[in-house]
Design a protein around this ligand. Structure first.
Ligand code: ATP
Ligand code: MG
Length: 435
């Protein structure tokens, strides 16, 4: 038997999985991550690779980032690496830069005492952890406060073994997503764990343990208590990370999309035949395809699609009330984005672009040559054109105009969008022309 089990304390089972069983080959792991662990080990600290870097590897996916857990404190970590800095408040971690890459190094947390007066660990009335920075725990404690068992497999560079403190190895073999501890308590501590569950189900070949699944249907509303800027980031990780189309469907099934985007969801819900469904699905499929072929994606465009059901309905209502089309679109855009910021707040630099994409929809039908050429020079033309194609594809509007713009662009390949002036920086004055 190549696997050792040991009991430590009351009921913490340690499974130590040796290399010949877990099959993780260090040569295929990130060399910088290994060197970080080595540096920590040489300074006398424990260090493990944990989280997505181990999980994705074991499930046959390519890990996208590497997280290291250690008993060194943030200050001690910063003392060991030249390019290290502490980030985060609610949950402090250290970012260590190695070449172009950034690694997240976290200190083992001690179990919290449920003491709401503790300055380093706080919980609100819903049981939500608003701070979790009590250091001094062991790796076993550290495992207990992670979210899912698959995210709590610890790879130790020193002996090349994987350490499991919560039955994670069994779950990895069964390809099962299971939350650590009592599910509702863990979701209450941090409702974002529900979104993380959906994200992992969308991107990995996993099934979800029934006890982990059930509370999500009941507790989704707790996401309303999470900061709207954190939710902005989480939505991008959900929908703009390569598996957006599948993940959208899941988050709808679990009722989470409806919490994050209440107005737009109401419009979708009211009409299962609505063209907006197609628009969003097609947008997410295009995004997945773009990422797969190494192209970039734009959060402003994603939000233009996600919020379009609400913005477009509002626009039509304002038109019906006698407001002029440009004013109606401006207002509809502003109100829709503002209303949604109660749950998901789009940072201004993206929200501005989202609104421009919508507003340009009114100018695209103007195909007079001079206007059309000016449109091609518009920095947002490309996004507005892509959006128009989606509206046509979903049959929200009749097709034809998109084709016209496709041909017009082909006929004017030299007309390029103008570079944007960053408007937050003062424009440099032109040097006076001297003879
Ligand atoms: P990804 O591949 O998307 O990076 P990940 O699981 O590594 O997935 P991270 O956000 O990088 O996700 O987090 C690293 C690890 O930190 C997780 O694997 C998990 O163990 C722990 N973690 C992250 N977020 C939470 C959370 N909200 N609650 C508990 N543990 C968390
Ligand atoms: Mg990670």
């Amino acid at each position: 038997m190549g696997r050792m089990s040991a009991r430590n304390g009351e009921n913490a089972i340690h499974d130590i999985i040796p290399p010949e069983i877990h099959g993780i080959d260090e040569d295929r792991l990130n060399a910088s991550a290994i060197s970080i662990m080595q540096t920590l080990n040489e300074a006398g600290f424990e260090a493990y690779l944990v989280g997505g870097g181990v999980r994705d590897f074991l499930l046959g996916n390519t890990p996208k980032d590497f997280d290291v857990a250690t008993n060194a404190t943030p200050e001690e970590i910063c003392g060991l690496f030249r390019r290290a800095r502490v980030v985060g408040r609610r949950f402090q971690i250290v970012h260590v830069r190695m070449g172009p890459e950034v690694f997240e190094v976290t200190t083992f947390r001690a179990p919290h005492q449920n003491d709401s007066n503790d300055a380093e660990a706080r919980q609100d009335a819903n049981g939500m952890l608003t701070r979790d920075n009590v250091y001094g725990g062991t790796v076993v404690d550290d495992a207990q406060r992670r979210d899912f068992t698959l995210n709590a497999l610890y790879y130790n560079h020193k002996d090349r073994c994987v350490y499991d403190f919560c039955g994670a190895w069994q779950d990895a073999k069964a390809k099962q997503l299971r939350i650590i501890g009592e599910p509702s308590t863990r979701y209450r501590e941090d409702p974002v764990r529900m979104l993380r569950a959906i994200r992992f189900l969308g991107k990995l070949p996993l099934t979800i343990d029934p006890a982990t699944e059930a509370p999500i249907f009941e507790l989704g509303h707790l996401l309303r208590e999470v900061s709207s800027s954190r939710l902005f980031d989480e939505v991008l990780k959900l929908l703009q990370a390569g598996h957006g189309a599948d993940t959208f469907e899941l988050s709808w099934e679990y009722g989470l999309h409806q919490i994050l985007f209440p107005e737009a969801s109401q419009v979708l819900e009211a009409n299962t035949e609505s063209t907006y469904w197609d628009l969003i699905e097609q947008a997410l499929e295009n995004t997945d395809a773009r990422l797969k072929s190494g192209r970039t994606v734009n959060p402003a465009f994603l939000y233009a699609c996600l919020l379009w059901p609400a913005a477009h309905q509002r626009f039509q209502q304002l038109l019906a009330d006698g407001v002029s089309a440009p004013d109606a679109m401006r207002k509809a855009g502003a109100i829709t984005i503002d209303a949604n910021s109660a749950t998901v707040a789009i940072p201004r630099r993206f929200a501005q672009v989202t609104r421009e994409i919508w507003e340009l929809q009114l100018r695209l039908p103007n195909t007079q040559t001079r206007r059309a050429l000016a449109m091609l020079r518009q920095p947002r033309f490309r996004a507005a054109y892509d959006f128009l194609l989606l509206r046509e594809h979903s049959k929200e509007i009749p097709s034809g105009l998109g084709q016209w713009w496709t041909e017009f662009q082909a006929a004017h390949p030299d007309v390029k969008p103008e570079r944007e002036q960053p408007n937050d920086r003062p424009r440099r004055r032109r040097r006076p022309f001297r003879k």
